[in-house]
Design a protein around this ligand. Structure first.
Ligand SMILES: [Fe+2]
Ligand SMILES: [Fe+2]
Length: 199
């Protein structure tokens, strides 16, 4: 299948910038200037929050947690204004700002079927895994009177099987990401339920 947004690149960022990353407020500022769609901002905050929570659950240090957070928070920053250039635009912006290459690589590989870049590191894989799944759980939470409260794995899986529900969410990507991350769909769903971001 042809890639919809081929990056045609293998290297991202520079190793000179390892450990260099913006503050959370700088990242939020970038989002505010680039993204007018509140739902998209929420999605990125949700994924950033999950990424940070996952890194924290692994006992990673603060700098690493920040790196995971920024990867999630910025991964779709260019989608609102430059959908045809997603995610080339944000990659180039982060390169110009001398950001840690691992953040840039994670963003570049958050949709292997679209960008043609495979997720390699644990951070790459978890960004890929949380991206579609968190959007799906969010859609499910909006149709439940109690939101995420009392949400169960089996209810989520039932909705996943119902192809007409949140039809834009790729079940194929969710299954592929879970396999790549080496985590079961059930464990991923439970993590998202336990660590969701309240609006
Ligand atoms: Fe994306
Ligand atoms: Fe996304």
């Amino acid at each position: 299948m042809a890639l919809t947004h081929p990056l045609n690149r293998k290297e991202f960022g520079s190793s000179d910038n390892l450990g260099k990353m913006m503050t959370s407020s700088e990242a939020i500022e970038l989002l505010q200037s680039w993204v007018k769609n509140d739902k998209l901002v929420f999605h990125m905050k949700q994924v950033g929050h999950l990424m940070k929570a996952f890194a924290a659950s692994k006992g990673y240090d603060d700098l690493t947690q920040q790196m995971w957070y920024l990867s999630g928070l910025l991964h779709d920053a260019d989608w609102d204004q430059w959908p045809d250039d997603h995610c080339r635009k944000i990659i180039e912006e982060l390169e110009a700002r001398n950001q840690d290459p691992r953040i840039i690589k994670a963003i570049a590989s958050h949709g292997p079927r679209y960008f043609g870049v495979e997720p390699d590191s644990e951070m790459d894989k978890m960004l890929y895994a949380f991206d579609e799944l968190s959007g799906f759980l969010h859609a499910y939470s909006l149709m439940r009177p109690q939101g995420y409260e009392g949400m169960e794995i089996k209810g989520v899986k039932k909705r996943l099987k119902d192809k007409s529900f949140a039809a834009q969410v790729s079940r194929e990507d969710i299954a592929d990401a879970s396999e790549k991350a080496g985590l079961s769909i059930e464990d991923l769903i439970q993590f998202v339920i336990n660590n969701q971001l309240r609006m």
